[in-house]
Design a protein around this ligand. Structure first.
Ligand SMILES: Nc1nc2c(ncn2[C@@H]2O[C@H](COP(=O)(O)OP(=O)(O)OP(=O)(O)O)[C@@H](O)[C@H]2O)c(=O)[nH]1
Ligand SMILES: [Mg+2]
Ligand SMILES: [Zn+2]
Length: 374
């Protein structure tokens, strides 16, 4: 495999230039364990760990700064590595080892607030071209969740495509699709059944060689089943062994990048229980809710709060039903969450800046003292 088969391009090559003199080589992260990674490069696969320096930089000056986890490699990342020299032959099944020295700037990133830590950003997948937002047409079906996923997907920089799976289940799949189309502005909607194979051809335009596509969505919607279909073989075991409370289910536990036989770079992810916004800017919300933003532009007052002002286009649209009340509520909810996330990350940023100043200051004082002593 060449680097371009793995999605490498001129822009990554430019960012990599500073590492070539050190004898580092580029590779892409294909699997993320807790503290170890698997990589794929021009010379094949590696098992890899981060250098102390990368970890140290990532976690700050001794103190663990959770936000900076986002600076550590994630699946889909391009990294600069040094393969460890070894002689002889490796035992079967074992990969040569490499040390990760740096993470190249990401072209796109899908991130969320890390569960259980409101200040930490978690990168779900990096350098993705297309995001398949997978929902199942079963009891999991929820328009509001789709809006939430779309907002994060637009922010990521990748193209979102809504994949409605399990079209074999409902009595009116076309009706469900129309409902989704009414909220998924700017994102194609594909109706498929991974079980029967129906509609899968519609995904082909995004499954080009050397393109990276990530499957995201709640647990059990059929991401791995769809991926097995795309690959044409069973990479991940899926499905229920016993239906009793998900016991024995082959639920995906790791984020993983798989190269399909036709050369598409496919990322499987474990189902997400919560998708809390992380630094989604107002622009991504306005893309997701394009028609709401357009309506609001028609309000008489530019700073209209859309509550009781005269000439409020939003209130008028709510009254005559052009704007469904639950879509408006969903927009407001995500807006509040976005404002909250922005405040949180600003507080953290302010604290970081202060810490940096302090370090700089201490450094300067030390230098002055040394100069005095000389
Ligand atoms: N009826 C029906 N069932 C499906 C379809 N696609 C997947 N399933 C079933 O849905 C269940 C979950 O499928 P998975 O592919 O494991 O779901 P997943 O999204 O990968 O789940 P996690 O790995 O936990 O995130 C399995 O029992 C599949 O057989 C479909 O199109 N129709
Ligand atoms: Mg899975
Ligand atoms: Zn208004």
């Amino acid at each position: 495999m060449t680097l371009s088969d793995l999605g490498w391009d001129d822009s990554f090559a430019r960012h990599f230039q500073i590492y070539t003199a050190d004898g580092l080589v580029p590779a892409r992260v294909t699997l993320e364990h807790k503290h170890a990674y698997e990589l794929l490069g021009a010379d094949g696969a590696f098992s890899a760990v981060c250098t102390g320096r990368l970890l140290h930089h990532a976690v700050g000056d001794g103190a663990v700064v959770p936000d900076d986890r986002a600076e550590l490699p994630a699946v889909g990342d391009w990294v600069a590595v040094r393969p460890r020299p070894f002689s002889g032959t490796l035992p079967p099944g074992e990969l040569p080892i490499a040390d990760i020295h740096a993470v190249l700037p990401r072209r796109t990133k899908f991130s969320r607030r890390a569960p259980g830590d409101s200040r930490a950003e978690q990168i779900v997948a990096a350098n993705v071209d297309t995001i398949f937002l997978v929902t199942a047409l079963d009891e999991n079906f929820n328009l509001r969740r789709i809006e939430r996923y779309l907002a994060v997907a637009w922010e990521s920089g990748a193209q979102p495509v809504v994949v409605l799976n399990k079209s074999d289940l409902p009595s009116d799949p076309a009706g469900a699709r129309a409902e989704v189309e009414s909220v998924a502005i700017g994102a194609p909607v594909c109706l498929v059944s991974a079980a029967s194979g129906d509609g899968l051809d519609a995904l082909a335009p995004w499954l080009e060689p050397a393109c990276t596509v990530a499957f995201l969505g709640s647990s059990g919607v059929g991401k791995s089943t769809l991926i097995n279909r795309v690959l044409g073989f069973e990479h991940q075991r899926t499905g229920a062994i016993s239906t009793a409370v998900h016991k024995g289910r082959h639920t995906t536990t790791h984020r993983e990048l798989i190269v399909s036989p036709s050369g598409t770079l496919v990322i499987d992810t474990p189902g997400m229980r919560e998708l809390q916004l992380w630094d989604v800017d107002a622009g991504a919300l306005d893309t997701t809710f394009a028609e709401v933003a357009a309506m609001a532009a028609g309000c008489r007052f530019r700073d209209c709060s859309h509550r009781a002002e005269p000439g409020c286009a939003i209130q008028a649209a709510l009254d005559d039903g052009t704007l469904p009340a639950d879509r408006w509520q969903s927009y407001q909810k995500l807006q509040r969450e976005q404002a909250y996330a922005a405040r949180k990350s600003n507080v953290h940023l302010a604290r970081e800046t202060k810490a940096q100043w302090k370090r700089l200051h201490v450094g300067m004082r030390q230098k002055a003292r040394l100069e005095e002593a000389e």
